[in-house]
Design a protein around this ligand. Structure first.
Ligand SMILES: NC(=O)c1ccc[n+]([C@@H]2O[C@H](COP(=O)([O-])OP(=O)(O)OC[C@H]3O[C@@H](n4cnc5c(N)ncnc54)[C@H](OP(=O)(O)O)[C@@H]3O)[C@@H](O)[C@H]2O)c1
Length: 330
C-alpha cells in the first residue's frame, strides 16, 4: 500500500501518536511557585474534576484550602485525599448547595464565623443539565451564574477586609461555550425550561458561561472604583475529561454515548491540565493589569464582540440583584 514498508508505517503511526499526545492530550503547565502559606482559598465544586485538581495544587502550595461542595461524603473523601497526598492539614470542606439561595447564605455565614480572611475565591461549580433550583430558577442559571454572583457578593466584606493587607483574587471558571451564548433579558429565567434536547441544553449552558464572562468584567469595573487590591478573572479551562454533561449522555442513549466516549478519548485532556488556567489566574505574579479579562491556555485573550458590551454587564448585574435580593455594597 502506497509503496511504504511495514517499518515505515509503524514509524508514521508512532510519530502520529507522539504528536497527538504532545499537542492534543497535553496542555501547558502553570509554573508559578507562589508560596501560599497563611492564605485562605475557597474552591467551589472541588470534590471532583477541575475543582479537585485545582484545590489539590493550591494545597501543595501551602494554602489553607476550603472545598465548597454539596455532598458531605464526597467532600470528606476529597479533603482526606488531598490531606494524604499533600501533607497539608489545613484543608477542609464547606457544605453548600448552589441550587438553593438560602443555603448559599447559610454557608457564607458559617464560613465567616470561622475564618478571618479570604485571599482567593475560585467559582468553579457548574452543571450541564436541565431542571429547576429549589428557588424555582432555571437550574443552569441558578448554579452556574447566580451561585457565582451570590457567593462573591456575600463574601465581599471578608475579601475587602483581607485586601487591606494583601491582594485578593476572584476567579470565575467559564467556558469557550460562551461563544454560542446569548443573554435574553426578556426571558432570563424562563418559565418553561428550554426543551431538553442535548443541543438546546448545551446552548443554554453557553448562555450561563457568557454570564460568567459578563459577571467578571462588571465585577472588575465595580472593583476598579477604588479597590485595586481585589482583581478578578474569567477563564476557559480547556476541554477536559470530567463528569460535566454525563447526565446528557445517559439521556441520549448508546450511540450518543459511544460517539462522546471516542471524542473524549481523542480530544479531551486530563483534569491536571484543566486546573492550570485557574491556577495561573490564582497565583501568577503580575497579572493584576489583566483584571476583568478572559484567560485561555494560561494567557488573556480577546473576547468575541458579543461578550464585550458593558451595558449588558450592568443590566445582568441589576437583574441578578433583583433575582437574589443580594446587592453590591461599595
Ligand atoms: N470539563 C470541561 O471540558 C470544561 C470545559 C469548559 C469549562 N468547564 C467548566 O469547568 C468547571 C468545572 O467543571 P468540571 O468539568 O470539573 O465538572 P464536574 O466534574 O462535573 O464538576 C462540577 C462540580 O460542581 C459541583 N456542583 C454541581 N452542582 C452543584 C450545586 N448545586 N452545588 C454545589 N456544587 C455543585 C459538582 O458536585 P457533585 O460532584 O456533587 O455533582 C462538582 O463538584 C465548570 O465551571 C465548567 O463549566 C469545564
Amino acid at each position: 500500500m502506497c509503496g511504504f514498508s511495514r517499518s515505515t508505517w509503524i514509524l508514521i503511526f508512532a510519530v502520529s501518536v507522539a504528536l497527538w499526545l504532545e499537542f492534543v492530550k497535553k496542555g501547558k503547565l502553570c509554573h508559578s511557585k507562589a508560596d501560599l502559606t497563611g492564605k485562605t482559598v475557597i474552591v467551589t465544586g472541588a470534590n471532583i474534576g477541575i475543582g479537585y485538581e485545582t484545590a489539590l495544587a493550591l494545597a501543595k502550595q501551602n494554602a489553607k484550602v476550603i472545598l465548597a461542595c454539596r455532598n458531605l461524603k464526597k467532600a470528606k473523601d476529597a479533603v482526606d485525599r488531598i490531606k494524604t497526598s499533600t501533607g497539608n492539614s489545613a484543608v477542609d470542606y464547606l457544605i453548600v448547595d448552589f441550587s438553593e439561595m438560602a443555603d448559599i447564605k447559610r454557608a457564607v455565614r458559617e464560613f465567616m464565623s470561622k475564618e478571618d480572611r479570604l485571599d482567593i475565591l475560585i467559582n468553579n461549580a457548574a452543571i450541564l443539565s436541565g431542571g429547576r433550583t429549589k428557588d424555582g430558577l432555571d437550574m443552569m442559571l441558578g448554579v452556574n451564574h447566580i451561585g457565582y454572583f451570590m457567593l462573591t457578593n456575600l463574601l465581599m466584606p471578608l475579601m475587602r477586609k483581607t485586601s487591606e493587607k494583601s491582594p485578593v483574587r476572584i476567579i470565575n471558571v467559564s467556558s469557550e461555550a460562551y461563544k454560542m451564548g446569548t443573554i435574553d433579558f426578556d426571558n432570563l429565567n424562563p418559565d418553561t425550561p428550554p426543551d431538553s434536547s442535548t443541543l438546546s441544553l448545551m446552548i443554554h449552558y453557553g448562555d450561563t458561561k457568557l454570564m460568567n464572562v459578563y459577571f467578571t468584567s462588571e465585577l472588575d469595573a465595580r472593583l476598579k472604583d477604588g479597590e485595586q487590591a481585589i482583581t478578578t478573572y474569567s477563564l476557559h479551562p480547556g476541554d477536559i475529561t470530567t463528569n460535566l454533561g454525563n447526565d446528557l449522555a445517559v439521556e441520549r442513549g448508546i450511540l450518543y454515548e459511544a460517539f462522546r466516549n471516542v471524542y473524549v478519548f481523542l480530544f479531551h485532556k486530563h483534569t491536571i491540565y484543566g486546573a492550570q488556567t485557574p491556577l495561573c489566574c490564582a497565583m501568577k505574579e503580575g497579572i493584576e493589569t489583566d483584571s476583568g479579562r478572559y484567560f485561555v491556555n494560561l494567557e488573556p485573550v480577546e473576547l468575541y464582540q458579543h461578550a464585550t458590551n458593558q451595558e449588558i454587564g450592568k443590566k445582568l448585574w441589576a437583574e441578578s440583584e433583583k433575582l437574589t435580593g443580594v446587592h453590591w455594597k461599595s
